[in-house]
Design a protein around this ligand. Structure first.
Ligand code: ADE
Length: 249
């Protein structure tokens, strides 16, 4: 296995490169790729930046230039449903590009000429990710997240959800728009800006992938403030510990 690990922002992957043994940096297409050994796993870490094109370019490069055999995306997301709360963890069961709409030529959400609107991540890798997320909450959470942080973000008993993740080139901060998406996409648990692009690339290249998201905000009018605070303080702890557990399993 050679594992490619993508995040959009530095804080969503903080500590991983530092934890690498023998890290080597290679710059390609304006991004830094760090190759090395992560808890005995051959890995390549990279920040894609935000958005579907950036994520697709990064995933393609990881496969074509760095020869990764699996891709893991780790980052934060807005809640896609009222049952999903800030601090909860989402492991994607399917991914859709919510801003894809070539109707009336093709059904809404369908990626033209693929016949698909939903892309499935790899079941095995996703299962491994879910187990790592559960273990993080059970075994690391109280040590990793301070009491003050738990209080600030009201992180009482975070849960792990499996479900549909919707990606689009939009920061979602409008309750009505989210309600509309929620109705159009049954099973929606999170909204973000990269996952479905990575899933499409991986589908087309035949590479297994999995997507992990920690909920940073409720995708409503407070989303931008909540997102910034969450990313600045606790997002890195989630990503680091869960990735560590995935690699060591
Ligand atoms: N990532 C984190 N929160 C988000 C939101 N509300 N919309 C899109 N991407 C996000």
């Amino acid at each position: 296995m050679r594992l490619g690990i993508i995040s959009a922002l530095y804080e969503e992957q903080q500590g991983l490169v530092e934890a690498m043994r023998g890290p080597a940096k290679l710059i390609h297409g304006m991004r830094e790729y760090w190759a090395g050994s992560l808890w005995e796993i051959d890995a390549v870490c990279v920040l894609s930046r935000i958005g579907k094109v950036a994520a697709a370019m990064t995933a393609t490069t990881l496969v074509e230039k760095f020869g990764v055999t699996h891709i893991l995306f780790t980052g934060v997301a807005g809640a896609g449903d009222k049952t999903v709360r800030v601090g909860d963890i989402v492991v994607a069961e399917a991914l859709v590009q919510h801003d894809m709409d070539a109707s009336p030529l093709f059904p809404r959400f369908e990626v033209p000429l693929t016949g698909l609107s939903h892309f499935q991540p790899d079941q095995q890798l996703s299962l491994r990710l879910s187990r790592a997320a559960h273990d993080f909450l059970e075994l690391d959470f109280l040590d990793a997240i301070s009491e003050g942080e738990r209080h600030t973000f009201r992180l009482a008993q975070p849960r792990v959800h499996r479900g549909l993740v919707a990606s689009g080139d939009q920061f979602m901060d409008d309750r009505e728009r989210l309600d509309g998406l929620n109705k159009a996409l049954p099973g929606l648990v999170a909204v973000e800006m990269e996952g479905a692009a990575v899933a499409q690339v991986c589908y087309e290249l035949g590479v297994p992938c999995a997507v992990l998201r920690t909920i940073s905000d409720n995708a409503n009018e407070n989303a931008a403030t909540d997102f910034m605070r969450f990313v600045k303080s606790v997002a890195a702890q989630y990503a680091f510990h869960i990735t560590r557990r995935v690699c060591r399993e």
